[in-house]
Design a protein around this ligand. Structure first.
Ligand code: NAP
Ligand code: G4F
Length: 344
């Protein structure tokens, strides 16, 4: 039986990855951090599985990583833990660097030390991000595109990427970074733009909310489905040689397109836009105001356009995204409409 450790198991990706590995017959150790209120809603449905073991820990505390390594004796280690919300990284830049950047180094050091002292080998996955490309120097972005991060979060991810590559090259470790473009799902946190849109529009459609307030409608992202993307993480670690891979759909859409599509699926009809810039407003098919701009959601520095080129992953892993942009929006709106009805 293969054993894997997942840090960040309570997050969107961690929960889908745990499901995938358990289905494949793995024993999964999930690291969770102590919280004063429950943070396990995305994995509660897995806790009856005897092959799913939860251990307390924190990637800023190397000793906690070492304890889990000694107990689990894993063959794969997925580091998904991060302060992952970009705006928060301007509010708490040092904290973000400690968790999202130095946390990677602590995992790498703990794995290196464990390998040296036990003679066992571990395959290490680092959750990299398209935010590393930031103010992208070429379009589309692939594994050779230079990085130009635009936030403390992006900088921390670049640090994690370079550390992972350096541990691979210095210590001959099996360590790689998956450079994943935005991926979403009904389990996405409510502050990220896609889920904020689908959840708020579902509430508006159900008469529980009136307005969706957003920032930059023109930002473009390459959005995929999280379930497709965790499969790519696993596939990367099944290769003979460790290599970094871009995982993306190869399509880009604006926030505006996402809102328009989601409004249609939520039964609000085709949005009519009036006004310009921060005065722009969106009206539903009954001319009711449903979208407006709030300056507080603009960022100090924006990533305007992300578009990934997943050719290497397609060729070498045989991976390709299964879920289209339209399907993704539909899945998320449907899930939020059902959630709102359940709560009623
Ligand atoms: P997420 O939902 O925000 O989950 C982040 C996870 O990290 C949560 O389980 C969180 O625990 C945990 N965590 C935070 N600080 C920690 C610490 N100090 N020690 C241990 N665990 C900690 O993020 P996600 O969307 O699943 O993303 C997973 C990873 O992929 C992250 O590293 C993210 O930066 C990266 N990534 C995501 C995307 C995307 O589009 N989703 C794209 C590229 C890269 P709590 O539940 O207790 O907060
Ligand atoms: O959904 P977002 O907050 O995601 P962002 O910043 O692209 O980061 C996500 O994807 C990264 C991969 O590229 C991950 F590494 C990272 O951990 C995270 O998962 O914002 C997307 C875009 C931005 O351009 C933002 O300015 O949407 C724009 N936006 C417009 N109005 C908004 C809003 N974003 C948020 N969160 N909230 C708004 O009201």
């Amino acid at each position: 039986m293969k054993t894997a450790i997942i840090t960040g198991v309570t997050g969107q990706d961690g929960s889908y990855l745990a499901e995938l590995l358990l289905k494949k017959g793995y024993k999964v150790y999930g690291m969770i951090r102590r919280a004063s209120t429950s943070n396990t809603s995305r994995i509660d449905h897995l806790t009856d599985n005897p092959n799913f073991i939860i251990r307390k820990g924190d990637v800023t505390d190397r000793s906690s990583i070492e304890h889990i390594l000694l107990e689990a004796e894993p063959c794969e280690f997925y580091n998904l833990a991060a302060q992952s919300f970009v705006p928060e990284s301007w509010t708490n830049p040092v904290y973000t660097s400690e968790v999202t950047g130095i946390g990677v180094l602590k995992c790498l050091e703990a794995v290196r030390y464990y390998q040296e002292h036990t003679g066992r080998k571990i395959k290490f996955y680092q959750a990299g991000s398209s935010e590393q490309f930031g103010k992208a120097l070429e379009v589309p972005q692939n594994e050779n595109t230079p990085f130009y991060p635009r936030s403390p979060y992006g900088v921390a991810k670049v640090f994690g990427y370079h550390m992972t590559r350096n541990y691979r090259e210095s210590y001959n470790m099996y360590a790689l970074t998956g450079i994943l473009f935005n991926h979403e799902s009904p389990r996405r946190g409510l502050e990220f733009v896609t889920r904020k849109i689908t959840h708020t529009l579902a509430r508006i459609a159900n008469g529980e909310e009136t307005i969706l307030e957003l920032g930059n409608l023109e930002a473009r992202r390459d959005w995929g489905y999280a379930k497709d993307y965790v499969k790519a993480m696993w596939m990367m670690l099944q290769q003979e040689e460790p290599k970094d891979y871009v995982i993306a759909t190869g399509e880009t859409h604006s926030v505006r397109e996402f809102v328009e599509k989601a409004a249609e699926y939520a039964g609000l009809g085709k949005i009519k836009w009036k006004g310009k810039g921060t005065n722009e407003k969106g009206y539903d098919e009954n001319n009711k105001l449903i979208v407006k701009i709030n300056k507080k959601y603009y960022r100090p520095a924006e990533v305007d356009l992300l578009l990934g080129d997943p050719s290497r992953a397609k060729k070498e892993l045989g991976w390709k995204p299964k879920t289209s942009f339209d399907e993704l929006v539909k899945i998320m709106v449907k899930a939020d409409m059902e959630l709102i009805k359940l709560k009623k």
